[in-house]
Design a protein around this ligand. Structure first.
Ligand code: ADP
Length: 187
């Protein structure tokens, strides 16, 4: 089984590129953000816990997202590959993922990182707020919290995956088609 990771700050365009990758390569897309929003929409216990954290721009506990990922892997044994989007987001999550995949004799194939400036993160998320109506997109303070958390907790994963020789970085400041063409080269 092949496991690809889409990496980058909030608003980098991971979800947009994931859709195109799924159309072309038929991978199974797993966005932890989308899964959490589904739990919130269904009003589950997990969703109630997640909502508070997400709306304030904070991460959900590693144990929760890890369990969601385990379920997705277990429920989709016959897919062409997995495309994780928004996971792992902390070094602890990356270490757990490595161990999880190791058990099945697998490992992460490639990390595709889409990087944009903090300024563009801000602009894109403020724009998205009008379209998708996400509470965590609406307030500038919350956006700033997410940017800060990205730098502090998620960015260290760049070194983590560079050490493993799996890190591939793409400049996310271009058209959707330009960025997808760069992803196609990597795949
Ligand atoms: P964005 O890419 O704009 O940050 P996502 O949809 O990927 O949006 O995530 C939305 C929110 O869901 C995050 O801010 C965080 O609270 C929560 N979340 C998603 N993935 C994870 C994860 N791997 N670990 C912890 N929290 C997560």
């Amino acid at each position: 089984m092949k496991y690809y990771l889409l990496f980058g700050p909030p608003g980098a365009g991971k979800g947009t590129q994931a859709k195109l990758m799924v159309e072309k390569y038929n991978y199974h897309h797993v966005s932890t953000g989308d899964l959490l929003r589904q739990e919130i929409a269904k009003g589950t216990e997990l969703g109630k816990i997640a909502k508070q954290l997400i709306d304030n721009g904070n991460f959900v506990d590693d144990s929760i997202v890890v369990k969601m990922i385990e379920n997705e892997i277990a429920q989709n044994p016959h897919v062409a590959g997995f495309l994780f989007d928004g996971f792992p987001r902390t070094t602890a999550q990356a270490e757990i993922l490595d161990k999880m995949l190791e058990k099945g004799g697998d490992s992460v194939e490639k990390v595709i990182s889409i990087i944009i400036s903090d300024k563009l993160v801000f602009e894109r998320i403020q724009h998205r707020a009008h379209i998708e109506g996400r509470k965590d997109d609406a307030a500038p303070e919350i956006i700033q919290t997410r940017i800060n958390t990205y730098h502090k907790k998620t960015e260290p994963l760049i070194e983590y995956y560079k050490k493993q020789g799996k890190y591939n970085e793409i400049n996310g400041e271009g058209t959707i088609e330009e960025i997808f063409a760069k992803i196609e080269e990597l795949l």
